[in-house]
Design a binder for this molecule. Structure first.
Ligand code: NAD
Ligand code: THR
Ligand code: ZN
Ligand code: ZN
Length: 348
């Protein structure tokens, strides 16, 4: 008889999810089985939970949700080399093909055949989970599971913040959701000053301050561009980091960044965005980076070392820690209401 485990499963093509009991899976060739120690909720999981348009087009229930994880390897499938039972690991979520033009040039983060672990496959909101061996990242034991599970989104934030010079640079961050908060932590640890954050939610503006923002602005009540100009002696910020996906924030950030400044765009907009390219990008000679996923595996080394340095102020970002999955519905509803930073389920 096979062993059983509990898992948060998207059982039906509708709002919500269910806590179910299923068989512990067996790792196939090229896979490992981990015991999950900590797993955290991403905005993508929330979209799957809510069953939005994107989720309807991509997810095929029944499927175990979740993709941010820290765990211990308990079984290694046939043909796996270099990973042992007992290894303490996390997972890159982009399963890349290794064969396309991008992969052949080492640009794995834009692999044209990317599958996302926990989105296109069963995920990690479970007591045990399968991870493709090629996606396994080994953690040093010194990083606690509640931080180690955050490495995947931290990688998004690291690629956004560190796409160009940041030490001693003035920075505007738009959006202090979980990703923006991680971005503030990375910018602070990397020596940015001042860090100015625009975020409509008072709860999240307070979190931004705790993480290290020097100034916070409410974009719904204050003039973001004027505030930034006042803080920067009329120069504008050196670096604009977009973490909100709000078209208005994009426009304000492009206005508030100094000519020849740097822009990194991570937030995903709801559709096409209309921008005055001539005046806001071309005549300002801006350098604009689109950010997607993480550079494999360079970003993971950077994230791991930042965590080991102890300089990332993550504790205010982890606003909710649950023991087990029993209260998963409460967790998702709080996240929906914007009343969280990162939510972590602890399983050890
Ligand atoms: N490019 C990638 O690879 C990648 C990866 C992960 C997430 N993302 C995207 O990054 C973004 C951030 O992720 P998240 O989980 O933190 O999302 P989130 O929705 O929780 O956070 C967005 C924040 O922006 C704030 N906001 C809304 N309007 C604003 C405005 N006009 N000005 C400033 N802030 C405003 C919201 O109040 C919220 O706190 C999302 O758009 C997400 O889809 C992209
Ligand atoms: C899967 C998605 O949510 C993830 N954060 C990414 O980098 O693509
Ligand atoms: Zn994610
Ligand atoms: Zn590829």
């Amino acid at each position: 008889m096979s062993e059983k485990m509990v898992a948060i499963m998207k059982t039906k093509p509708e709002y919500g999810a269910e806590l179910v009991e299923v068989d512990v899976p067996k790792p196939g060739p090229g896979e490992v089985l981990i015991k999950v120690l900590a797993t955290s909720i991403c905005g993508t999981d929330l979209h799957i939970y809510e069953w939005n348009e994107w989720a309807q087009s991509r997810i095929k229930p029944p499927q175990i949700m979740g993709h941010e994880v820290a765990g211990e390897v308990v079984e290694v499938g046939p043909g796996v080399e270099g990973i042992e039972v007992g290894d303490y690991v996390s997972a890159e979520t982009h399963i890349v093909c290794g064969k396309c033009y991008a992969c052949k040039r080492g640009q794995y983060h834009v692999c044209q055949n990317t599958k996302i672990f926990g989105v296109d496959t069963d995920g990690v909101f479970a007591e045990y989970a399968i991870i493709p061996a090629q996606n396994v990242w080994k953690n040093p034991k010194s990083i606690p599971p509640e931080y180690a599970t955050l490495q995947e989104p931290l990688g998004n934030a690291v690629d956004t913040v560190l796409a160009g010079p940041i030490a001693g640079k003035s920075v505007l961050i738009t959006g202090a959701g979980p990703l923006g908060l991680l971005g503030i932590a990375v910018a602070k640890a990397s020596g940015a000053y001042p860090i100015i954050v625009s975020e409509p939610s008072e709860f999240r503006r307070n979190l931004a301050k705790k993480v290290g923002a020097d100034y916070v602005i409410n974009p719904f009540e204050e003039d973001v561009v004027k505030e930034v100009m006042d803080i920067t002696d009329g120069n504008g910020v050196d670096v604009f980091l977009e973490f909100s996906g709000a078209p208005k924030a994009l426009e304000q950030g492009l206005q508030a960044v100094t000519p020849a400044g740097r822009v990194s765009l991570l937030g995903l907009f709801p559709g096409k965005v209309s921008i005055d390219f001539n005046n806001l990008i071309i005549f300002k000679a801006l350098t604009v980076y689109g950010i997607t996923g993480r550079h494999l595996w360079e970003t993971w080394y950077t994230v791991s070392r930042l965590l080991q340095s102890g300089k990332l102020n993550l504790d205010p970002i982890i606003t909710h820690k649950y023991k087990g999955f029993d209260k998963f519905e409460e967790a998702f509803e709080l996240m929906r209401a914007g009343k969280t930073g990162k939510v972590v389920f602890m399983l050890k």
